[in-house]
Design a protein around this ligand. Structure first.
Ligand SMILES: [Zn+2]
Ligand SMILES: [Zn+2]
Length: 270
């Protein structure tokens, strides 16, 4: 925390929701959601693709809304049908659209996921290679799969073009530091605001803010004050507030730092 009045935080006192699924929101229209975000100082939203249809929609949102960027990719829940055909579809989207900020979400999900591990790994590796080839970062989904996630990260971390974020970070501080050591970023959802999320709060306290983003994962994981409800990008402010408290920083400083990180990492042309 800085009390030095001469050290003014940067002017970027707005937020970026780095991971949301506008196509899965049911109770509001995308227009309403995007406008509400903008009036809550959530100036940009990165809409995440989690299957081919979702990736096509993601690109459409980015075309329609000036303040929305897209990622394209296939989630481990849908990895069983992933093959070269999907890679070429994703690659065509990347080639034709300037607002694609990353490949993903991809990775491992071992929580009640019927998709075989080998299929998940194949889709993950193929999407990492697609990202590297196109000089894009990778949005990694890791649920109950820290060991395998780190193994794959280590396989690619020495490659110059490899950039990755662990979205909805759910590990402990030791895992976080291992990922950061490999150059990987971590991103916090509303889980950070849950009273029982001790491990995640510890990560937020200890890990460097230079390696952090904030996200809603809307419509899922609404932060504590809205827990159980449909989640929206405007709620990313609650996550920023929690992070500010944990790190003993001003909210504006958290906004500036996480925004700067996201703009650089995703190469956002804003
Ligand atoms: Zn995810
Ligand atoms: Zn997601």
């Amino acid at each position: 925390m800085t009390n030095d009045a001469t050290k003014k935080p940067e002017k970027q006192n707005f937020f970026i929701d780095t991971h949301a699924h506008l196509d899965m929101i049911e109770k509001k229209t995308p227009e309403e959601v995007v406008n509400e975000a903008a009036s809550s100082k959530v100036r940009y939203i990165i809409n995440t693709g989690s299957d081919i249809e979702g990736s096509l929609k993601s690109v459409k949102f980015a075309e329609k809304f000036e303040n929305v960027f897209a990622t394209v990719g296939v989630h481990p829940h849908h990895a069983d049908t992933f093959s070269l055909k999907e890679i070429s579809l994703l690659e065509n989207l990347i080639r034709d659209n300037k607002k694609i900020a990353a490949v993903g979400e991809t990775g491992f999900d071992y929580f009640k996921n019927p998709v075989p591990q080998t299929d998940q790994e194949k889709a993950f590796v193929m999407q990492i290679e697609l990202a590297i080839k196109n000089n894009l970062p990778v949005v990694i989904h890791d649920r109950d799969a820290h060991k395998d996630t780190l193994r794959i990260i280590k396989k690619y971390s020495s490659e110059k073009q490899f950039r990755a974020v662990l979205h909805c970070f759910s590990g402990d501080i030791s895992f976080a530091l291992k990922c950061i050591e490999e150059g990987v970023y971590i991103s916090f959802t509303g889980v950070l605001t849950f009273p029982n999320a001790k491990n995640i709060k510890e990560v937020a306290k200890i890990a460097p803010i230079e390696k952090m983003f904030i996200e809603t994962d809307a419509p899922f994981l609404a932060p504590q004050p809205k827990r159980g409800q449909e989640n929206y990008p405007s709620n990313v402010v609650f996550i920023a507030q929690e992070l500010a408290e944990l790190k003993e920083m001003e909210l504006d400083e958290v906004a500036a730092a996480t925004t700067r990180n996201a703009v650089q990492f995703f190469g956002l042309n804003i």
